[in-house]
Design a protein around this ligand. Structure first.
Ligand code: SF4
Ligand code: SF4
Ligand code: FES
Length: 253
């Protein structure tokens, strides 16, 4: 019996302005492979299924355990992490595997996209807790376990971009920040120290591209690999901005 092989169809693009093209690769099957291990095989054997020598396929990854978000791509039509996409499971859905880069970010090369817009939007909304030195600040304020649990869920965002890929409101031609950033505003505004900068974050949320651009289609929450309650975050930040703007009105700001 001939050795079993897997067919990988990959959408490639040589640089940001080049036209995309498809190549098919044939990989020897091994049990328990993930998509990254297929890409590693292609990197070591850059030859297409019809025997043509080509350049190795480029992709991004770091943690290999669904924590960094860097390896996110569209696999058999669904956006997900290639490190946790298991070949055996994919072959239950289809007899070949199709890989494409995410569509909402510019392609650097092949499956590697530039997620800078997401990180710039986190900067705009101050997605951090400010500290004013490297000395010990002592223990933080006491918080109920329930509040800690809620914030723990929000803290699991890895900026992968899955929620942006499926969001009809997040396009290459607008400046909507998307569900991940809105949820991080909730995360940092409900942090006892982060709350000191809540007003600045909410001001950013009230600008064009902020919370009012969300069409509430709720696609985002369905694809988040970390099960972050994104629609709850969107509703919560919506309430925060309403209260904030009423306060600003009465203060004459
Ligand atoms: S909210 Fe979820 S889907 Fe969106 S970037 Fe964060 S982890 Fe990814
Ligand atoms: S609710 Fe819909 S429009 Fe709003 S961020 Fe999620 S996917 Fe986008
Ligand atoms: S390599 Fe980090 S999430 Fe896949």
């Amino acid at each position: 019996m001939p050795d079993r092989t897997i067919q990988l169809k990959i959408k490639r693009q040589d640089d940001q302005s080049a036209s995309p093209y498809w190549q098919t690769f044939s990989i020897p099957y091994r049990p328990n492979m993930n998509v990254i291990s297929c890409l590693q095989y292609i990197a070591a054997h850059p030859t297409t299924a019809d025997g043509t020598e080509t350049t190795p396929v480029v992709w991004d990854c770091s943690c290999l355990e669904e924590v960094c978000g860097a390896c996110t791509m569209v696999i058999n039509g669904e956006v997900r992490q290639s490190c946790s996409a298991l070949v055996d499971r994919l072959l239950e859905e289809d007899d070949s595997i199709k890989l494409e880069p995410m569509t909402k970010f510019p392609v650097v090369r092949d499956l590697f996209v530039d997620r800078s817009r997401l990180f710039e939007d986190l900067k705009k909304t101050q997605g951090w807790v400010p500290i004013d030195g490297l000395y010990s600040l002592g223990p933080g304020p006491w918080e109920s376990p329930a509040k800690q649990d809620t914030r723990y869920d929000l803290s699991r965002c890895m900026s992968c971009g899955c929620c942006l890929e499926v969001c009809p409101q997040y396009t290459r031609n607008n400046n909507f920040v998307g569900a991940a950033v809105i949820s991080q505003v909730r995360y940092f505004n409900t942090h006892p120290i982060g709350a000191n900068n809540a007003a600045e974050r909410l001001n950013a949320m009230m600008e064009p591209g902020g919370i009012s651009d969300c069409g509430n289609a709720q696609n985002c929450v369905k694809v988040c690999p970390k099960d972050i309650p994104l629609t709850e975050s969107i509703a919560d930040v919506g309430r925060m901005t309403t209260i904030h703007s009423i306060k600003q009105f009465f203060r004459g700001e």
